[in-house]
Design a protein around this ligand. Structure first.
Ligand code: ADP
Ligand code: MG
Length: 575
């Protein structure tokens, strides 16, 4: 039997399309505050927004009489005719957010228009108004959302832990702060202030605050007809994901076309991207997704080309040595092998993570499997058939014009790629540091923590302490002690740790995830192929490489050594 759902049921289902979790409440209500021309937006969150979520703004406010209307579905002050729908310049327009949140929570709105003497309050439980009265209040709007999904238990079950939900909310706040650099955002969680983003003045400054000023950021702006785009890229070396944050006309959206234009230009598009697109509202249809997270472009081909062109400009900046504006690639990094250091740091008998079966060259037909994550095990030892042996007395012959190092060994001539070899050495130095207990090393100069990292640090304080980070107020005073000469900056280490903790919840595997990231980061500092070597430096590199547990490949799986055996030479010369 087919029957109509009663309106109470259907409105709850519809509400679930707009409001999926506390962060969707945050997104909708922050957009409302921005539309209301607020300058200050403050959130008070309890239990990741699951028990309570409050947003306060100093925007234009809602008049007492209109409060009930604001809660009604399809009631909006932002558009009124069909024509308006073609030219939406506000973030909201569907009149759905407040009614949806109201349908699935206990909600209270207090508001006062700037021009009006008194304010009003309206309370509502699961969509039913329980109170509407005048009350003294500050100009602006305060919306409290308690017990989200109390009447949709199935939805409530899908919510994550409080800290996971809090992180999503913070992501929304941080993202909106990027494109609204003239606003102040504050977040309190369980009574503590965890985030304060004062107006940085520009998106560039906001990004510097978010990404830190240590990693080089590349950006490029292009315009075509009336479409303007600016793209920023933070190529985080240890990142395994490509995160693309997209804003179109101030609205945060997901868009496969833009994403593929960003990622399609280059296989190594790892790291974080921000794409800000401004276009005439009539070229954009925002009315296709309940939560307004997808849009349709009237001329999507043009947009694709525009984004692709801009991304290419960014890549050419990163990979050219002479261009201005983009940071240099560090070709001139100083040679780090000028000091002799003790060898034999690694227990070659007991290579770490050697549970993975060995893959001799002869079986797999290649030197080693290319690996890119600890899950696939970075320490698959390179094939080491008997014939590949770089032990024994050696004599350094010299360096080729290309930069390869040549050694004469008892059983042949070894050609070494110094970059790959150095990557392997740095990698194992860091791996070694994480073997057994991690100990702290105090910093001679405490490091100020960028404000954007503070909330995450608060959430993961215990995990970070276990990883030997030490904090004193908002400063970092101790970091995990790393062996060898790796030159990771304390903040890079902290960021790697946070990203590792984020993806790996299991404490057993977490350490490994974190060191893997730090080790990848250290690879960035490896000497480049063209770098000139003195004899002692080349010898030091060879000594260290020989004491690695997996000397034959770099952590990415590329070979470090090519051995031409004497036997082969003799064959060749028909001896
Ligand atoms: P929409 O944003 O699509 O118009 P909402 O349900 O989000 O729909 O909001 C309904 C109406 O309530 C808005 O059109 C606006 O007039 C009013 N409103 C909501 N939030 C605020 C706020 N923070 N300040 C002022 N007015 C608001
Ligand atoms: Mg809205």
């Amino acid at each position: 039997m087919i029957k109509r759902l009663d309106s109470e049921v259907s409105s709850r289902i519809a509400a679930g399309e707009v409001i999926e979790r506390p962060s969707s409440v945050a997104k909708e209500l922050i957009e409302n505050s921005i539309d209301a021309s607020a300058r200050n937006i403050t959130l008070y969150i309890e239990q990741g927004g699951k028990s309570s979520f409050v947003i306060e703004d100093d925007g234009c406010g809602i008049s007492f009489d209109e409060l009930p209307l604001a809660l009604e579905r399809y009631a909006t002050s932002k558009i009124s005719t069909l024509d308006d729908l073609e030219r939406i310049s506000t973030l909201g327009y569907r009149g759905e957010a407040l009614s949806s949140v109201a349908a699935v929570s206990r909600m209270e709105i207090r508001s006062r228009e700037r021009t009006s003497g008194a304010g009003g309050i309206i309370r509502c439980e699961g969509g039913t108004v329980t109170l509407h009265t005048e009350t003294p209040s500050h100009p602006g709007t305060r919306i409290q959302v308690d017990d989200l999904f109390f009447n949709l238990p199935a939805r409530r079950k899908f919510l994550k832990t409080a800290s996971a939900e809090l992180r999503r909310i913070l992501q929304v706040v941080n993202d909106y702060a990027l494109v609204n650099p003239e606003l102040t955002f504050r977040v309190f969680s369980d009574g503590k202030r965890i985030l304060e983003l004062l107006p940085p003045g520009s998106t560039d400054k906001a990004l510097e605050r978010r990404w830190g000023d240590e990693t080089p950021v590349y950006s490029s702006a292009t315009s075509f007809n009336s479409n303007r785009v600016k793209i920023w890229w933070n190529p985080i070396p240890d990142s395994r994901r490509t995160v693309v944050t997209i804003f179109v006309n101030g609205r945060r959206i997901q868009d496969p076309t833009i994403r593929s234009a960003v990622c399609g230009g280059e296989s190594a598009a790892y790291g974080e991207w921000l794409v800000i697109l401004q276009m005439p509202p009539e070229d954009l249809d925002v009315n296709i997704h309940p939560a307004k997270e997808e849009v349709r472009f009237r001329r999507s081909g043009d947009i694709y080309k525009l984004i692709l062109q801009t991304t290419r400009n960014i890549f050419s900046r990163k990979y050219s040595f002479t261009s201005e504006g983009g940071p240099q690639t560090g070709e001139n990094s100083p040679n780090v092998f000028s000091e002799k250091s003790p060898s034999g740091w690694f227990d070659t008998e007991d290579p770490m993570f050697s549970q993975t079966p060995w893959k001799p060259v002869s079986e797999s037909g290649q030197v080693a499997e290319r690996v890119s994550s600890p899950e696939t095990t970075v320490f698959i030892p390179a094939g080491r058939p008997d014939s590949v042996d770089i032990n024994g007395f050696y004599n350094y012959i010299g360096q080729t014009a290309k930069g390869f190092l040549i050694f004469d060994l008892p059983n042949g001539i070894a050609i070494i790629d110094p970059h790959a070899a150095h990557e392997r050495i740095l990698y194992e130095e860091i791996a070694e540091s994480f073997k057994g207990g991690i100990i702290s090393q105090s910093l001679t100069m405490p490091v100020e923590i960028p404000i954007s990292l503070l909330p995450e640090i608060n959430i993961f304080l215990n995990e970070l302490r276990e990883l030997a980070f030490i904090f004193e107020e908002d400063r970092l005073i101790g970091v995990p002690m790393l062996r060898g000469r790796s030159k990771l900056s304390p903040l890079d280490m902290l960021r790697s740790a946070l990203r590792g903790i984020e993806v790996e919840k299991d404490p057993e595997k977490r350490d490994r995830e974190v060191w893997w990231r730090m080790a990848r980061l250290a690879c960035r500092d490896a000497v480049k192929l063209g770098c000139r070597f003195e004899r002692e430096e080349a010898e030091c590199l060879m000594d260290k490489l020989r004491s690695c547990s997996s000397p034959f490949t770099c952590p990415h799986g590329r070979p470090t050594v090519f051995l031409i055996e004497n036997r082969k030479l003799e064959d060749w010369f028909e001896r």
